[in-house]
Design a protein around this ligand. Structure first.
Ligand SMILES: Cc1ncc(COP(=O)(O)O)c(C=O)c1O
Length: 426
């Protein structure tokens, strides 16, 4: 008997959580496009609602198609369980709201996706949750940002846009020393390149919209829990005090499934950002080829980075696979050997205006605000995603005016290079 717990990621990506449909023997995961599920009788219904028995109630809270995606992602990340959401932002928001309430605080790295930055500095602040950022992401200075109100720490495994590789072990130690969990956004690495739980992370989130789905057709997000963190302390009364919305259930008593159960039956139930079953199906289809896509995309990105370094019109290249990159050593510690991700940034000689001219001469590279697609994509952040910042702030955010961002897809590397070459050399 093949033992699923010993499967390698390539096997989990196509087989995890699913054999065949018990009713029809279909081997492709069916799309259970339904809102409700019929109860056997009123007793069965009452038991499901009271969490006495597992089972499907309503697609806002759980769905059999989404369940396979959740099981597969939990297995890939080495977690106990997962809950899927309608987008990456919904997953990040829910992951935080499951531990932090009004008056609480979160400590975060600064090298973050712009949407997460705005959530932290604007919307969470409106909710009464303060996020304290660690200047220069210098973990040695972390103690100054923690206090008795801190409830979580948040970082990205590969920061965006600096493409710096986070020292998860050091961040986990700092979080645990202050009695709070570490949440890691692992979108840019994907579970094929990095498994943050193995380095001490407690919770992993993903924008499934990007590399996991991989085809630019479906929004989705997920939260995977390690089951390692103990929520029984006084810091987390929402876990240790009886919950009136579940007849006095004490979530901490659920031990390793406390966080993920509360995430589903409280946060997802009440905020409603559920993944649609059809999107779960599309994302599952993408996930099946994640290892193959990552291998090819990372190889092409590495190849293009090396060619760009040599180009006379290029002033600098930011790619963790270059030995000159500040995170090159950390990549060896945290990423699958020989893999450095499929994102790279470079600067065009001549600055902002010249970068725009190069962008407008590209034809194979698609100018779009997305990453992690099978199609290669590019954007000029200073005139789009970061246009509200002044030039000094843009440099601080790691997006100077000469920067062109590339998300490398599956096209032939020579075709991608020829398009870049003609645009740069025009
Ligand atoms: C690292 C990272 N996290 C989260 C998100 C948000 O994901 P979504 O667009 O699915 O809400 C993104 C989006 O680009 C991202 O790059």
């Amino acid at each position: 008997m093949s033992n699923p717990s010993t499967w390698r990621p390539e096997t989990v990506a196509v087989r995890g959580g699913w054999g065949s449909d018990p009713a029809t023997h279909a081997i492709s995961v069916p799309i259970y496009q339904t809102v409700g599920f019929q109860f056997d009788d009123t007793g069965h219904a009452a038991r499901l609602f009271n969490l006495e028995e597992p089972g499907n109630i309503y697609t806002r809270i759980m769905n059999p198609t989404t369940d396979i995606l959740e099981q597969r992602m939990a297995q890939l990340e080495g977690g106990v369980a997962a809950v899927a959401f309608s987008s990456g932002m919904a997953a990040i928001t829910a992951a935080i709201l499951n531990v932090a309430r009004a008056g609480d605080e979160v400590v975060a790295a600064t090298s973050l996706y712009g949407g997460t930055w705005t959530l932290f500095t604007s919307t969470l602040r409106d909710f009464g949750i303060t996020v304290r950022f660690l200047a220069d992401d210098d973990i040695a200075q972390a103690d100054a940002q923690f206090n008795e109100k801190t409830r979580a720490v948040f970082v990205e495994s590969i920061g965006n846009p600096r493409l710096d590789i986070t020292d998860i072990k050091a961040w986990a130690e700092a979080a645990h020393a202050h009695g709070v969990p570490l949440i890691v956004d692992n979108t840019f690495a994907s579970p094929y390149l990095e498994r943050p739980i193995e380095h001490g992370a407690d919770i992993v989130v993903h924008a499934l919209t990007k590399w996991v789905g991989g085809h630019g057709n479906s929004m989705g997000g997920i939260v995977v829990d390690s089951g390692h963190f103990d929520y029984g302390s006084q810091k987390f009364p929402q876990y240790s005090v009886p919950d009136p919305s579940y007849h006095g259930l004490i979530f901490a008593n659920l031990a390793e499934t406390a966080y993920i159960t509360r995430l589903r039956v409280k946060v997802l139930r009440d905020t409603g950002a559920a993944l649609s079953p059809t999107n779960a199906y599309h994302i599952l289809q993408g996930l099946e080829t994640l290892p193959l896509r990552m291998e090819r995309e990372c190889q092409t990105a590495n190849d293009l980075a090396k060619r760009l370094v040599e180009h006379p019109q290029v002033s600098w290249v930011n790619y963790p696979g270059l030995s000159s990159h500040p995170s090159y050593q950390k990549a060896a510690q945290y990423l699958r050997p020989g893999f450095f991700g499929s994102m790279l940034n470079f600067g065009v000689k001549g600055g902002y205006d010249q970068a725009l001219r190069v962008m407008n001469r590209l034809s194979l590279w698609i100018n779009v605000a997305n990453v992690g697609d099978v199609r290669s994509m590019t954007i000029h952040p200073a005139s789009t995603t970061h246009q509200q910042l002044n030039p000094e702030e843009q440099v601080l955010a790691g997006v100077p005016g000469d920067l062109i961002r590339l998300s490398v897809g599956l096209e032939h590397p020579d075709d991608l290079w020829e398009d870049l070459e003609q645009a740069l050399s025009h």
